[in-house]
Every structure is written in C-alpha cells, then in structure tokens.
Design a protein around this ligand. Structure first.
Ligand SMILES: Cc1cc2nc3c(=O)[nH]c(=O)nc-3n(C[C@H](O)[C@H](O)[C@H](O)COP(=O)(O)OP(=O)(O)OC[C@H]3O[C@@H](n4cnc5c(N)ncnc54)[C@H](O)[C@@H]3O)c2cc1C
Length: 447
C-alpha cells in the first residue's frame, strides 16, 4: 500500500475543522465517468456531470483526501486573472481573442459566488474586489497600462487609487497607489472543497479517498488501476493538475512551481483599526513574483508569494516548507505594516502550482481520445476558473466542444517544456530573472 500522507498540516484551512474521510476503493468498480483527482477541477466536474445527467454513475478517485492538493492550500482568491496580467493577455492574444477569454474569467468569478449561494456552500466567501499595489512610479505606470488594457476590452469599472483615495483603503508603509478591480472574491478553500463533496455526494457521486490511480489505460472502456481495485469507466476526467507527472500525464506541458504562505493569529482590534483595510479586498502587488495577502473570516492575515521555486524532477511532495521564503515573507509583512510588528505568525505552508510556459491553462482531450477530458495549467489562478472547469469538461465529453471555439485555451495544448536538466535551468532561470527584475525596480522603493 502507498504511504498515507497527513493532510491536516498541509495548510491552516485543511487542519482548522474536523473532516471525515470516505473509505478507499475496495474491489472492482464500473462507472460511467471516473474523475481522477479530488481538487476543485475534479469536484466541479463531478457537479456538472450530474447536472448533465443525474443518472450518470460518477466516481471521484482521490489519492489522499479531498482538497489535499492546491485546492486545500491556496490563498482563496477567486479572480479574473488569466496569464501574467491584463496587459500581457492583450499583448499575447490581441484584443479580439483576449476579450472572450477575459469575459469568461469574469463569469467564472461571478459564477463562484452564484454556485456557492445556490448550493448553500458555507465557505466564508466575501465579494470585496482586488487591489493591486504599486510601490514605485514605474509600477504605477504599469498599473495604468493594465487599466488601459481593461478599457480596450470594454471593462470600465476598474480604477486607479492614489494619494488619499489609496490611503483610506490601506495603511501600507511601502505602497503609493493601487489598481482596483471590483470582481474578485476571497473564500476559505478547504471549506469550499468539502462543501463540494457534500453537495456532490447528495447528488449520488461516489467518493473514494486514499485511492491513487497508479495506472491509466485509455480505451473504450478506460481502465484505471488503484492499489485495492480496478475501475472500468466509459469516460474519464483527468483532474490531477500539478500532480500530473505522478500518473505520467502532462509531462512536457508544465512545471510544478511552489508558492508559500504564512498566516498570523487574528489581528488584535487596535492594530486592525490602524491597518485601515476596511473593505477587506484581496490584495496583490505589482511585482513579477507577487505578494498576495488577504484577511480570513476571523481576521487572520494570509500573506504569500514573493518567490516561486521549482524543484528538480517535478517534485510535488516534501517541499511544503521553505525557511528562507518564510523568513522573507515575515520581514516583508512587518515592513509593509509596522503596526503588525508584534503579530504572531502561527502557520506556514506551501504547495505546487502547475505553470505552463506561456502562463495559460489548457483544456482538451487526452491524447485525442474524446472520452478522456482534462484541465490543467492554471498557473496559480485556478480558484475562479475551476468553478467552470467542470462545465467545459462535461461539454467536451458530451459532444459540445464547439461552444468553446472562442476560448483560446480550450482544445489547445501548452508549449513544450524540455526534460531535465534543461527544465530545471529554464524554470529557475525564468524565476531568477523575475526576482532580479523585482530587486532592481524596487531598489529605491520605500522600506
Ligand atoms: C499555496 C497556493 C496558493 C494559491 N493561491 C491561489 C489563489 O489565491 N487564487 C487562485 O486562483 N489560485 C491559487 N492557487 C492555485 C489553485 O489552488 C489551483 O489552481 C487549483 O486549486 C487547482 O485545482 P485542481 O483541482 O486542478 O488541482 P488540485 O487541487 O491540485 O487537485 C489535484 C488532486 O489530484 C489528486 N491526485 C493527483 N494524482 C492522483 C492520482 N494518480 N490518483 C488520484 N488522485 C490524484 C491530488 O491529490 C489532488 O488532490 C494557489 C495554489 C497554491 C499551492
């Protein structure tokens, strides 16, 4: 039997409330659709498969527990971001292709709220918008380029905040202004994953946890081997994202880059007042290797990003802790918010995100088999996108691929990434260039 991995320490979200695991698969199973992976993509797929036809026999096979991967560890930002930033999206695709893509992401964010409200999913969702902070005049210019790119796509409700307008939204010692976008939600990701399980189970979806698929053979039917039983499935959803190489899928399409988070105790009332973050937006900054920060329902500060290393050989396990990045994050937090100098950091964690070379996701048929659909490569922006990933996957599996002709990332494979050692050099080379860019551009910034 494979080693049983502890999940409670993979993030504060996963350990904060009790969770009852479903038993592993024991014996053979025949289903209409087998979903491999119990993160947001797999859970949303199961949801839409049942919407398509409530009589379908759908089973989710998860190697650890629901939300074990990125879905139970992320920052919980449901945002419209696709690719590096809006200026990049328009530059890379042109206005004509960027417009439907951004509109789709906007729908994904709104849909995250609608879906959780409709299904009464308790996940602490707050729809407070996103602020992207600038620390230097150069970063302010870059925010203006983003605003201009949004306007080119017909999006008119974003704005630049400067001077007093910015100060009244956040008391940061480092930043001079921000870009504000109203359509972003923050939520508790582990709660969302577990609520998906509850809603799906009520619709008859079967869940097998601690059930890794160790071998996958496409065909009609597809055969999936697990340590304690074999599954025959008419159709399969591959929802393993950054963990794909374990199963031998998506190998040259992505690299798992690690991103790290520190979390504080609840901010004491006086410091919270001084922080002045009254609208509780999700926040990122305008660095290349961004910081991301937000408040939880009980006012803990979640503070992540800053760096994103790649570990040789596509490692996805055993790298959840990184002392230097945790220290750097803590120093940045105290620098930005001197009023939080005594705030205790209580939790630290990390996880892999699937990054493609051009920083765009990919949906399609695995090896051209129209009964095997996949979604992958969200590049750290999968919370909103996954709320509709299952809809796309269901449409692909049931003959409705044409609906997505306008979406450049559907039925479109990512650019090839070479094997090791070139892969290591490429991934960390890009990362170090971005780090150098941030260091140089922020050398005269307030600190
Ligand atoms: C620290 C961190 C912060 C992030 N912050 C944000 C954010 O604020 N906003 C945002 O939009 N995105 C964020 N992301 C990215 C986001 O979490 C992901 O894009 C999203 O959760 C991907 O969902 P998924 O279901 O595709 O993959 P995952 O959640 O990774 O799910 C894949 C699942 O497949 C299982 N699995 C793998 N192999 C097998 C197998 N062989 N058999 C059975 N099961 C298998 C894994 O155990 C895992 O549970 C962050 C990610 C991390 C790590």
């Amino acid at each position: 039997m494979p080693e049983r991995k502890e999940y409670r320490d993979k993030s504060w979200w996963l350990g904060a409330s009790p969770y009852e695991e479903s038993p592993p698969l024991s014996g053979d199973l025949e289903v209409d659709v087998a979903v491999v992976g119990g993160g947001f993509t797999g859970l949303n797929s199961a949801y839409y498969l049942k919407q398509h036809d409530p009589k379908l026999k759908v089973a989710v096979l998860e190697s650890e527990v629901i939300g074990y991967g990125a879905s139970g560890r992320n920052g919980g930002f449901a945002m419209t971001r696709l690719g590096w930033n809006m200026a990049y999206l328009v530059w890379a695709l042109g206005v004509e292709r960027a417009t439907p893509a951004h509109r789709f992401m906007l729908e994904c964010v709104r849909h995250t709220r609608e879906l959780t409200e409709r299904e009464k999913m308790d996940c602490d969702l707050e729809y407070n918008g996103l602020m992207v902070l600038a620390r230097t005049p150069g970063q302010m210019k870059s925010l203006e380029r983003d605003l201009h790119a949004y306007e080119k796509l017909g999006i008119k409700d974003c704005e630049i905040l400067e001077g007093g307008h910015f100060r009244e939204r956040l008391n940061s010692a480092w930043h001079i202004g921000a870009f504000f976008e109203p359509d972003t939600a923050i939520l508790n990701p582990a709660k969302l994953a577990r609520e998906y399980k509850r809603v799906n189970a009520a619709k008859g979806v079967e869940f097998y946890e601690r059930t890794p698929v160790t071998r996958f053979q496409p065909g009609r039917p597809c055969l999936l081997q697990t340590p304690s039983g074999r599954v025959r499935a008419e159709k399969v959803v591959l929802a393993v994202n950054a963990f794909g190489t374990r199963l031998g899928v998506f190998k040259n399409w992505y690299v798992p880059m690690f991103t790290y988070i520190i979390m504080s105790e609840p901010i004491p009332e006086r410091a919270y007042q001084e922080l002045g973050w009254t609208r509780r937006e999700g926040i990122e900054d305008k660095r290349q290797l961004v910081h991301y920060l937000r408040l939880t329902a009980d006012n803990r500060l979640v503070f992540g990003g800053r760096d994103a290393p790649y570990f040789y050989g596509n490692a996805t396990e055993g790298r959840e802790s990184h002392a230097a990045i945790f220290q750097g994050l803590e120093a940045d937090l105290r620098g930005m918010f001197p009023m939080l100098k005594d705030l205790k950091i209580t939790h630290r964690w990390g996880g892999p995100v699937a990054c493609t070379l051009l920083f765009f996701p990919s949906f399609g048929y695995w090896q051209g088999q129209e009964n095997v659909a996949y979604a992958m490569g969200y590049c750290g922006h999968g919370v909103a996108l996954s709320s509709s990933a299952g809809k796309i996957i269901t449409d692909l599996l049931y003959g409705r691929a044409k609906k997505y002709e306008d979406l450049f990332f559907v039925l479109h494979r990512p650019v090839y990434i070479p094997p090791e050692p070139l892969r290591y050099a490429l991934a960390n080379g890009i990362r170090l260039s971005l780090r150098a860019f941030d260091t140089i551009t922020e050398r005269n910034a307030p600190r």
